[in-house]
Design a protein around this ligand. Structure first.
Ligand SMILES: O=P(O)(O)OC[C@H]1O[C@H](OP(=O)(O)OP(=O)(O)O)[C@H](O)[C@@H]1O
Ligand SMILES: Nc1nc2[nH]cnc2c(=O)[nH]1
Length: 326
């Protein structure tokens, strides 16, 4: 049922803004996006640095995709402005600038004019020192809140936009599969916090939400917080953030089956299939991921980093001792 996503980028055609008053439209020029294997020839090293920065955070970009006419003389375009980058997921143009005041003044004037002529276009003028600050505009401010330094992130596995896109698809698929039914979503605490909140809002069927919490001890798995609701006769969808060995899902499925739901399926955001010890049926998978310890979007290391908006692998130095579950 679920088709797990590979971690890839899909270029999307963007819309061309029209020039006010029926004058010529901005010239749509050949666009180079981050999904293409060959990198564009950047005009300035700061642009290459910015592209590498965006790639690290898996934020999609296009280099100089459009030129906007800013002034006309005798019915002809007399001045154009071609912002350096376009970030389609954020619908944002970015013009990079250095600290050189003469350049800043000129670019500021162009940006102001562009905003006047094309009020629906979002654009920022960005200094090299503000690259990271830009992330807070995309909801990535919590990198600092978690007291994680950006250089402690080994690799961003899935960006916030990639996660949100896939959650929306899962919500659509589940809504279609449960047409005419209502659903009882059962989340396993605590890693499920954000995925369940987002998934439930992407499902367009009536639903109830309940939670279980488990503890793993030497004697096996047991429930530390049971469901409040009766699952008998309900269409139960067990929602997990990650399936690893399969021990947790196997235990919960056996427990819930005894309570005689009308149906019982499993949805997980992440599937670390390589680590499976107990085969479990998983009906909906967001992403199949490699065997690496990941944090963010609900997943923790010693209760930290759950509030990172993306999923990432941290540098080994962050872990004081052997990784849990590895
Ligand atoms: O397939 P398994 O090997 O059983 O692993 C999967 C379980 O591990 C994670 O929970 P964790 O114990 O880390 O607790 P948390 O959700 O509170 O962080 C996850 O939420 C699953 O419940
Ligand atoms: N935070 C976290 N918890 C897990 N439990 C099983 N695998 C993982 C993982 O990769 N990250």
């Amino acid at each position: 049922m679920g088709e797990p996503k590979e971690v890839i980028r899909n270029p999307e055609p963007d819309d061309v803004p029209s020039e006010p008053g029926g004058a010529p439209s901005p010239a749509s020029t050949e666009s180079t996006s981050s999904s293409e294997p060959s990198k564009p020839r950047f005009a300035h090293p700061a642009e290459a640095e910015f592209a590498a920065f965006l790639d690290f955070y898996r934020i999609r970009w296009e280099y100089e995709p459009k030129a906007f006419p800013l002034r006309w003389r005798d019915g002809r375009v007399a001045e154009m402005f071609r912002p350096d980058f376009y970030l389609p997921e954020q619908d944002l143009y970015v013009e990079l600038t250095t600290m050189r005041q003469s350049l800043v003044t000129r670019k500021n004037r162009k940006v102001r004019r562009l905003r006047q002529l094309y009020p629906n276009i979002n654009i920022v003028l960005l200094y090299r020192k503000d690259f990271h600050e830009l992330l807070s505009r995309f909801g990535y401010g919590s990198v600092h809140i978690t007291s994680l330094r950006p250089d402690q992130i080994e690799r961003v596995l899935l960006s916030a936009a990639e996660i949100q896109g896939r959650v929306a698809e899962l919500g659509q698929q589940i809504s279609a599969d449960y047409a005419g039914e209502s659903i009882l979503l059962v989340g396993v605490l605590k890693g499920i916090t954000f995925f369940l909140a987002d998934l439930s809002r992407a499902i367009t069927r009536p639903l109830a939400i309940d939670y279980l919490q488990l503890a793993h001890t030497g004697e096996g798995v047991h429930i530390t917080k049971d469901l409040d609701l009766d699952v008998r006769g309900q269409h139960v969808l067990l929602v997990e953030d990650i399936v690893n060995t399969g021990v947790s899902v196997d235990f919960v499925l056996r427990t819930l089956r005894e309570r005689e739901p009308a149906s019982l399926r499993v949805c997980t955001l992440l599937d670390k299939a390589e680590r499976r010890l107990v085969p479990v049926p998983v009906d909906y998978v967001g992403f199949t991921i490699p065997n690496e310890f990941v944090v963010g979007y609900g997943l923790d290391y010693r209760e930290l980093y759950r509030n990172l908006p993306f999923l990432c692998v941290l540098k080994r130095e962050v872990y004081e001792e052997a990784l849990p579950g590895e």
